[in-house]
Design a protein around this ligand. Sequence first.
Ligand code: CP
Length: 363
Amino acid sequence: MTDKKERLKENAITPNIEPPDGSKAIRPEPSGLFANNPVDLGILSELEGISILEAGQFSFEQVVELCKLAAILEKIEIWPYHPLDGKIAVTAFFEASTRTRTSFESAILRLDGKVISIADGRTTGQAKGESLADIGEMFNAYADVVIMRHTETEAPEQMLENLRIPLINAGNGTGEHPTQALADWFALLKWRPSLIDSEPVQAKLNLGILGTPGSMRAVKSFLLMALLFRSHIRKVTVISEMADPFGPDVTEQLRQADIDYEVSNDVREHLPDLDVIYMNSIAFLGDSYRSMDSRFKLNSDSPIKESAVILHPLARLDELDTSLDKTRHNLYFSQAHGAVFVRQALLMSVLGRLHTLPDTFDT
Ligand code: CP
């Protein structure tokens, strides 16, 4: 039997770590991603020194290797290796965040790096009218990487006018949220490790998206990263209130990827067929956040396939009922918790600190 077949046999059913609250929520065991399958650090070193702006900039191999490294980081104690010793990150958040800023900061601190934390952009010179280009020029002297969230879609472009250190886009208006997509696919790859193979060996997935990619950056980045995994996907069904939920750039990328997709506004018709349900209801419309697609609500009585998993970038409103939290459909807490490790893997790659990893791991 080849190594690949042995690995697939081992990974056909991913063991679940028992959640501490005794619920059935899924917390897949990470070792399925790296057992008998070492991380290719050469592929990850391609990311050294580059800015991370959109989901589509990653190759399939880069996403897979980032997730494999993240799975190792989830299993080991990394702090004794001090991977980011001497490195400083600015987390510049010009828009509210619970998860992204704190998980990035947790990732950096656990890697022994240091953080300059801007939790509210109004404490910067932007409140006095200073441009992001000028703020970027200052950051060159203060840090080794900038992690920025902003309400304006054009904000990364403006910051990059003068920034000469890498920028990680942590969400820009209606634009993208590429590290959220990494967290999403890290959760899915742990749940189904055979997704890391270039050709499918398990049944292809029906992917359902309850939301509007054109107005929801996390949904957009998830969908665009899904295109890398298209050989594993039978069909993408987008359930949205909008007749055209994509916008022209996403439509073009879907067309080029030659992926089978459908748009519908009937959630009950499609729900029983979906293997993976990605949902969100917070959209950026005009100049503020609004609840959208909120008539598509799920709870533990919804007609969801028994084996289906739900992803949600959170924050949630009432579209995702808490009655689902303790069910085996809940992959969304694993998705949020795993974000720390995939962000660690990304930071080590972008900051050129992969060489600090030990040759062998005691997992
Ligand atoms: N998923 C996500 O971006 O959450 P926050 O808005 O809390 O950062």
